[in-house]
Design a protein around this ligand. Structure first.
Ligand code: FMN
Length: 305
C-alpha cells in the first residue's frame, strides 16, 4: 500500500498536498477545511501590514481547459487579523499551518515576519512574486536574484521559523533566483506563483480583467511549473514546494519527480471542489501502486538522470 506521509522542513505531513496561498481567504476556518478534506498542510492567503481591499471590477476569469487568470490585488484583513486566525486554528489541528506574507518594501517584509512569528506558524511563506500589483509596487522582488536575496536576509533576521521564498516564473532565470535565496538563508522555496498573462475580449477589443493583466494558474501553468521545479532542483539543496497546475494525482507525481518534496494545490479547488485533496490523494495512491512506488520520498527528483 502506498504511503503518502512525508516531511519537509521539519513539518510532518500525512499527505504531500498543501493548500496553496490565496485560493481561500485569511480565515483559520478555511485552513481547517482543507486539512479536514485531506491536505497535509495549509497556507493562509497573503497578509500585508495594513488591510487591503484589492482590485475592483472583474478580477478572475476562467479560460480554455481548467485554467484561470486572476488579478485579485491581494485583498486581506491585515496582519493582526491573520495572527488571531492562525493561533485559533492551530489549536484545532496537529497539521502544520503556514503563514504567507506580502509587502512592498524590504523593511515591511521584516516587520511582517517578526509579527506573524507571534502566531508560531509551522513555516512562513514569503510572497515576493505576485504579478498583479505592478502598478502599485513596481517590479516584484522575485524578478532579480539580488532583490530576492535582500528580502530573504531581512526575513531571516526577523524570525527563527523556517521560511519558504515563493518564486516567480516571470524572470529570465528562476534557478539563479533560487540559488540566491538559498545562499541568503532560505529554508525552502515555493515554485511557483502565477505566470503573468492577459485575455482580450475581441468583441469590445478590451482586456478582460480590470487590472488589464493577471496571473495564470491551473492546467495552463503546469508545464511551466514543472520545469521551474526541475530547474531549481538542479541547483539548490533546500526542499521545494512544487505548485502550479496540480489538478490530479498524476500532476502531483510529476511535480515530485521534477524535485518537489511537497505539492501546492490551488486552482484545482475551483474545478474539483473542496474534495480536491481527497480525490488527488486517492489518485496518487492508485498511480503509485501501478508504478510500484511505496513512499513519496523515493519519487522525489526521479526525473533527473
Ligand atoms: C485566485 C488566486 C489568488 C491567489 N492569491 C495568492 C496570494 O494571496 N498569495 C500567494 O502567494 N499566491 C497566491 N496565488 C497563487 C497560488 O498560491 C499558486 O501559486 C498558483 O495559483 C499556482 O497554483 P495552481 O495552479 O494550483 O492554482 C493565488 C492564486 C489564485 C488563483
Amino acid at each position: 500500500m502506498a504511503d503518502l506521509s512525508t516531511s519537509i522542513c521539519g513539518m510532518k505531513l500525512r499527505s504531500p498536498l498543501i493548500l496553496a496561498s490565496g485560493i481561500t481567504d485569511t480565515t483559520g476556518a478555511s485552513l481547517l477545511r482543507a486539512i479536514r478534506n485531506g491536505a497535509g498542510a495549509a497556507i493562509i492567503k497573503s497578509v500585508s501590514v495594513e488591510p487591503r481591499e484589492g482590485h475592483k471590477g472583474h478580477v478572475v476569469q476562467e479560460f480554455d481547459d481548467l485554467s484561470m487568470i486572476n488579478a485579485m490585488g491581494l485583498p486581506n484583513q491585515g496582519i493582526k487579523h491573520a495572527i488571531d486566525e492562525l493561533i485559533e486554528a492551530q489549536k484545532r489541528t496537529d497539521a502544520p499551518l503556514i503563514a504567507n506574507i506580502y509587502a512592498g518594501t524590504v523593511e515591511d517584509f521584516g516587520l511582517l515576519a517578526r509579527e506573524i512569528s507571534k502566531a508560531k506558524p509551522a513555516m512562513i511563506e514569503v510572497n515576493i512574486s505576485c504579478p498583479n500589483v505592478h502598478d502599485e509596487f513596481g517590479t516584484p522582488f522575485s524578478a532579480l536574484p539580488e532583490a530576492a536575496a535582500k528580502v530573504t536576509k531581512e526575513v531571516k533576521k526577523n524570525t527563527s521559523i523556517p521560511i519558504s521564498i515563493k518564486l516567480s516564473p516571470n524572470t529570465i532565470a528562476i534557478s539563479q533566483v533560487a540559488k540566491a535565496v538559498e545562499k541568503a538563508g532560505a529554508d525552502c522555496i515555493t515554485c511557483i506563483n502565477t505566470l503573468a498573462g492577459m485575455l482580450i475580449d475581441i468583441d469590445t477589443a478590451v482586456p478582460i480583467l480590470s487590472n488589464l493583466s493577471g496571473g495564470i494558474s491551473g492546467k495552463a501553468l503546469k508545464p511551466v511549473a514543472v520545469k521551474a521545479v526541475y530547474d531549481c532542483h538542479e541547483v539548490v539543496k533546500i526542499p521545494i514546494i512544487g505548485t502550479g497546475g496540480v489538478l490530479t494525482g498524476r500532476d502531483a507525481i510529476e511535480h515530485i519527480m521534477a524535485g518537489a518534496g511537497a505539492v501546492g494545490v490551488g486552482t484545482a479547488l475551483f474545478y474539483r471542489g473542496q474534495e480536491a485533496f481527497s480525490l488527488i490523494n486517492a489518485e496518487m495512491k492508485e498511480e503509485m501502486k501501478r508504478l510500484g512506488y511505496k513512499s513519496i520520498k523515493e519519487m522525489i527528483g526521479l526525473a533527473h538522470h
